[in-house]
Write a protein that binds this ligand. Structure first.
Ligand code: 2AM
Length: 207
C-alpha cells in the first residue's frame, strides 16, 4: 500500500486559501488543481509499504508522534518546484509559524520510516509546503506566484497528524483517493505562555 504522513489544515483555513486562490485559477491553463478534500501537508512520503513493514511502521510512528507538541501554523505566500516557477511541476503555498517544530516532527516520522525499513536513503529533505496544483509538463506558473505571494492566512493550532493511504486512480475511480488509516494527537504544550511559539520565517522564506 502507498502511504504518507499528512497534516490537514482545518476547514476554515482551507476556505480562506480557496478564496485567495480562486480568482487566479485560470491564470495558467494546463495546471491540475488539487481538489479541496485532498489538500494536505506531506510530512513523510513512504511510497509502497508491504504488510510486514506496515506492522513495524505503525508502533514506531505512534511513538514518534507522541513525543511532539501541538504547534501554531499558518499558510502564506506561494512558490514552485522546481526553481522559480518558470518550469514548474508543483505550485505550493508555504507554511509559517512553528516551522521548526513541524520540521522536527517530519524528521521523526521520516526516521520512524527509516527504522521500519520503509524508506530509502535517497529520501529528500523536508520542505514545508502545501501543494495547490500540479502539472505533468513543466509550466511557467510565475503569473500565479506573483499574486499569491501576498496571501497570508490565519494561524491555527495543529493538534494531530494522519497516516494516509493513497489509492491511485484505477478501474474503480478516476481520481486519487486518500484513506486516513490512523490519526495521532500531538501533545499539549508543556511550557505554558506559548513557549516555543517562535514566529520563525515569514512569507519571504523558502520552504
Ligand atoms: P506533496 O505534493 O505535498 O509534495 C501523497 O501522494 C503525497 O506524497 C503528495 O501530496 C506528495 O506530497 C507526496 N509524494 C508523492 N510522491 C512522492 C515522491 N515520489 N516522493 C516524495 N513525495 C511524494
Amino acid at each position: 500500500m502507498r502511504l504518507f504522513v499528512a497534516l490537514v489544515p482545518p476547514p476554515d483555513i482551507l476556505d480562506e486559501l480557496e478564496e485567495a486562490v480562486l480568482p487566479h485559477r485560470d491564470a495558467v491553463p494546463g495546471l491540475r488543481w488539487v481538489r479541496r478534500d485532498l489538500l494536505h501537508v506531506t510530512l513523510t512520503f513512504f511510497g509502497e509499504v508491504d504488510d510486514r513493514a506496515f506492522d513495524r511502521l505503525l508502533p514506531r510512528l505512534e511513538r514518534a508522534v507522541g513525543r511532539h507538541e501541538r504547534m501554531t501554523l499558518s499558510l502564506a505566500g506561494a512558490g514552485a518546484f522546481p526553481g522559480n516557477g518558470a518550469h514548474a511541476r508543483v505550485l505550493w503555498t508555504g507554511l509559517y509559524g512553528d516551522r521548526r517544530r513541524l520540521a522536527r516532527l517530519a524528521a521523526s516520522t521520516t526516521a520512524a520510516g527509516r527504522r521500519a525499513g520503509t524508506l530509502q536513503d535517497k529520501h529528500r529533505g523536508f520542505r514545508p509546503h502545501l501543494t495547490l496544483a500540479r502539472s505533468r509538463q513543466p509550466l511557467d506558473v510565475r503569473a500565479l506566484i506573483e499574486p499569491l505571494a501576498a496571501f497570508a492566512g490565519a494561524s491555527w493550532e495543529a493538534g494531530s497528524i494522519q497516516l494516509m493511504r493513497s489509492h491511485l486512480p484505477g478501474k474503480d475511480h478516476d481520481q486519487v483517493v486518500y484513506e486516513p488509516l490512523k490519526t495521532w494527537s500531538l501533545r499539549h504544550s508543556s511550557g505554558g505562555g506559548g513557549a516555543g511559539r517562535s514566529a520563525s520565517g515569514g512569507p519571504q522564506g523558502t520552504p
